[in-house]
Ligand binder design. Structure first.
Ligand code: TYD
Ligand code: MG
Length: 457
């Protein structure tokens, strides 16, 4: 028998070393190196039930037939949009999220919707027995004949079943439970996850079958397993939301077939997930009109504008170091915007605590929300409410100038749809388009001007 070598593999980043170390030189985390057997028989992966006869040939790009990828669409418009317009055949999509957030529910619903269209789906669960999956399916009212369920964790068997069923979609729930016999480390370890994903990629590509894999999320919020897992797959979606809220957000962080930053919103009901087609209404539902410190911004989430309330609470600090906290936006923007307000507008904020919150649990990462955040801070500091029918859009520069943002027309349209009356944005955003009749668009050059317009008594 061949001599087996062991190696130490970082469970966070996949760094490999011949000897054990306390701190991983790759990602600088402590105690992440775990001993694993060097896989000896890995060359046999090419015989894993997938025929490997095709010898690839270089082709002239002009001679490759260009065809519009036919996409498989589900009944859930939100889901289709996050994927860039439906499921691409042969794609490998990773869906990550906290335990209990609803990944299995979402994928079972998607599977049944395709099965209802007479497309066969193979749902492979490594976490639940077929009986448990059936219980969930009953709860969701699923009665599709073309939906096959398999409780299996051995990848070799899985590959065999995919060959036999030839489904239009495969779901693997979850990648952390799947193992390959030739890899000796435990399921869920870096080597197992990496090797299994590589094999699934090959199955997807050679057969043109789209495969969804569920991935668990670590305490830090990253998909467990090596970082390179995200590089291997075609698309990475995160399913997130606060456990105490019923809303769930599906967000694409990588997509080879569509735009990233796209987001789909769902609501967890008794009968499973229901898509939410009018997110702005929901985010503004609990808005307290006429309260100081609250503004509304029109932010682009991928290709769709959403209106979100931004709240600020500014109060005198009782300690030497004032606190600055932010949820839903980059916390580094807060001190920066406060410094601009202090220097360019003359608000004395240095001995004030400031708390910023994006209502509804959304995360915004666009600079276009700067102005709304700044106005919220100023409004709370002065204890003076803004007009509830105003929307603030614009990036704030260090000299206090308001910079133009992209897609102003779409943002204004969404605001008009929800009955807002005034938009305050950069003057440079006024050129080249005509705003709708029932809304006033006011262009400003500086934060000072925006405050004079938005916080006038
Ligand atoms: P699940 O899909 O099992 O989460 P994950 O696969 O991400 O771990 O979701 C389980 C949660 O969803 C659980 O708390 C119960 C809730 N749920 C509903 O509220 N309604 C339903 O119809 C179903 C199936 C689950
Ligand atoms: Mg699950």
């Amino acid at each position: 028998m061949a001599k087996r070598k062991t190696k130490y593999v970082c469970q966070d980043c996949g760094y490999e070393s011949a000897k054990w170390m306390g701190k991983c030189p790759g990602c600088h985390n402590w105690n992440t190196l775990v001993e694993e057997m060097e896989a000896t028989g890995l060359k046999s992966r090419h015989n894993l039930g997938v025929s490997n006869q095709v010898v690839s040939q270089p082709e002239k790009i002009t001679q490759i037939e260009s065809q519009k990828e036919p996409r498989i669409t589900t009944h859930m418009k939100e889901f289709n949009r996050v994927l860039g317009g439906g499921i691409v055949p042969g794609s490998l999509v990773l869906i990550g999220g906290d335990p209990g957030i609803g990944k299995s529910t979402l994928l079972l619903q998607i599977s049944s919707q395709l099965a209802d269209k007479q497309l066969s789906v193979l749902y492979i669960s490594g976490e639940e027995s077929t009986r448990q999956t059936k219980l969930r399916a009953d709860r969701l009212g699923i009665k599709s004949d073309a939906l096959y369920v398999l409780a299996e964790t051995n990848l070799f068997n899985i590959a065999k079943h995919i060959e036999a069923v030839k489904p239009a979609l495969v779901v693997i729930d979850s990648i952390q439970t799947i193992y390959r016999e030739e890899v000796t480390s435990a399921p869920g370890s870096v080597s197992q996850v990496r090797e299994s994903t590589g094999e699934l990629m090959k199955i997807a590509k050679t057969n043109g079958i789209p495969i969804f894999i569920v991935g668990h999320v670590t305490k830090e919020g990253a998909i467990a397993g090596p970082r390179m897992l995200e590089h291997m797959v075609d698309a990475v979606l995160y399913f997130e939301g606060e456990r105490h809220h019923t809303y769930r957000i599906l967000r694409s962080v990588k997509n080879r077939f569509g735009s990233t930053h796209e987001m789909g919103i769902f609501e967890m009901k008794e009968m499973g997930l229901r898509e939410v087609l009018n997110p702005s209404e929901i985010f503004l539902e609990e808005r307290s009109q006429g309260a100081a410190g609250s503004t509304v911004v029109a932010s682009m989430e991928g290709t769709r504008p959403v209106l979100v309330e931004i709240q600020a609470l500014v109060s005198p600090s009782s300690f030497g170091n004032p606190r600055r906290m932010a949820t839903g936006i980059d916390h580094n923007r807060v001190p920066l915007l406060m410094a601009v307000l202090e220097k360019r507008v003359g608000l004395m904020l240095q001995n004030q605590d400031a708390y910023i919150k994006v209502a509804g649990g959304v995360k915004l990462d666009e600079p276009a929300i700067d102005l709304a955040v700044a106005i919220s801070i100023a409004s709370s500091f002065r204890d003076q409410p803004t007009n509830p029918e105003d929307i603030f859009i614009g990036e704030v520069g260090l000299t206090g100038e308001i910079r133009r943002v992209s897609r102003i027309e779409q943002r204004v349209q969404e605001a008009t749809k929800l009955g807002f009356k005034r938009i305050i944005c950069s003057k440079r955003n006024l050129d080249g388009w005509t705003p709708p009749k029932n809304i006033t668009v006011i262009g400003v050059n500086t934060v000072q001007e925006a405050m004079e317009t938005g916080l006038a008594r």
